[in-house]
Design a protein around this ligand. Structure first.
Ligand code: NAP
Length: 332
């Protein structure tokens, strides 16, 4: 089994690498999903045999599909898993702020206490479980909204429906450090799930530093830049209208030459460690700090197996520095 680590100051244990299930939701966000539910349930069960006992999901991933697949996959051995899901984004009514349309549903972001509690109750039902190990606030509240959100989290903990609290997408607030400071004024934050990777080096390093200082676990989402760092440049994603990746910086045709140069450089370093550029990029993250928890999305067991190799890699300071330089050059 993958080695465990404590999440923030909580008593919750998580594996050092968690499998992300955004892609498993398919729909308009991940249009290259061809697998049916049973194949994905089998994949999660096979992943467990490889030692993967952590799963990250969200209500909006496939508007309920990903949570439902996770619930079915862990049936009968729920207590062996670490499961995180999210709250605030929902499509059950038009209250809150309209955020986007997904799979034909209008998704609203609602930070009211009643809505957050309803989100969690719906997730529990969808996953057929009594508790969630880590509840992540999917979007970052405004300063004046934090009090109510953290009150909801506190009540959910008291009701033993959730065990630890996470926050996501503070970068979208425009002032990540201020948003994090505000959050900490109102309660305990155990984990930050934030877009981060070798390609977002400066921001990733800032967030890691903040988390180290406050004993928060740092979990980068899209740590492979949605597949870019794997070397499987999904050029076709650019033409998928509405696909999550078609809007993404590194999938834009004008950035592909920079990505190719980066991958060439990473490939040379990866050769030394006998690993893929994906495993190397993940290793860069966990070699940064003990507070890092890896999160990686996969719908193929071969991909997951490959990413798991990152946990065994200790990179030299020289290679970490060389990777920093490659990232800086791509970002110029
Ligand atoms: N809080 C948030 O707002 C937020 C936002 C985005 C993501 N997340 C979470 O973070 C997780 C990870 O992010 P992500 O799934 O968006 O992107 P990601 O982990 O950066 O990349 C996933 C992509 O990389 C491919 N892949 C993974 N490992 C590989 C390997 N070793 N070799 C080749 N290809 C490999 C996967 O292919 P296959 O699928 O074909 O295996 C998939 O296309 C999500 O699943 C979700 O749980 C959270």
């Amino acid at each position: 089994m993958i080695q465990s680590m404590k999440i923030g100051k909580s008593n919750v244990n998580a594996p050092k690498l968690v499998l992300g299930t955004f892609g498993m939701g398919g729909g308009t966000s991940w249009q290259d999903t061809t697998k049916d539910d049973q194949e994905l349930i089998d994949l999660i069960r096979q992943a467990y045999d490889l030692g993967v006992w952590g799963l990250d999901t969200a209500p909006v991933y496939g508007t309920g599909r990903s949570e439902s697949i996770v619930g079915q996959a862990v049936k009968g051995r729920r207590e062996k898993y670490f499961i995180s899901t999210k709250c605030s984004l929902n499509w059950r009514n038009t209250e809150g702020t309209f955020t986007y349309t997904r799979d034909g549903h209008s998704v609203y972001n609602n930070f009211s206490k009643a809505s957050i509690i309803k989100d969690v109750e719906e997730s529990l039902k969808r996953m057929e479980t009594d508790y969630i190990d880590l509840m992540i606030i999917h979007r970052c509240p405004k300063a004046e909204e934090f009090g109510e959100v953290m009150e909801a989290m506190d009540e959910l903990k008291k009701r033993q429906l959730i065990r630890a609290t996470g926050l996501s997408n503070v970068g979208l607030s425009g002032h990540p450090v201020e948003a994090l400071d505000t959050c900490l004024q109102y309660g305990e934050l155990d984990l930050l799930q934030e877009g981060g990777s070798l390609l977002k080096r400066a921001y990733t390093e800032d967030m890691i530093q903040y988390c180290e200082k406050h004993q928060i676990t740092y979990q980068a989402h899209s740590s492979l830049e949605k597949g870019i760092l794997t070397g499987r440049i999904l050029k076709e994603a650019v033409s998928w209208t509405g696909d999550n990746r078609s809007k993404y910086k590194w999938f834009q045709p004008e950035n592909l030459p920079k990505v190719e140069t980066l991958l060439k450089g990473l490939g040379k370093i990866a050769e030394k460690y006998n690993c893929s550029t994906a495993a190397l990029s993940l290793a860069w993250l966990h070699n940064k700090s003990e507070c890092v928890n890896l999160l990686v999305g996969a719908r193929k067991l071969t991909h997951l197996k490959d990413s798991l190799q990152s946990l065994e890699l200790t990179l030299s300071a020289e290679d970490m520095e060389a990777m920093n330089r490659l990232s800086d050059a791509a970002n110029q």
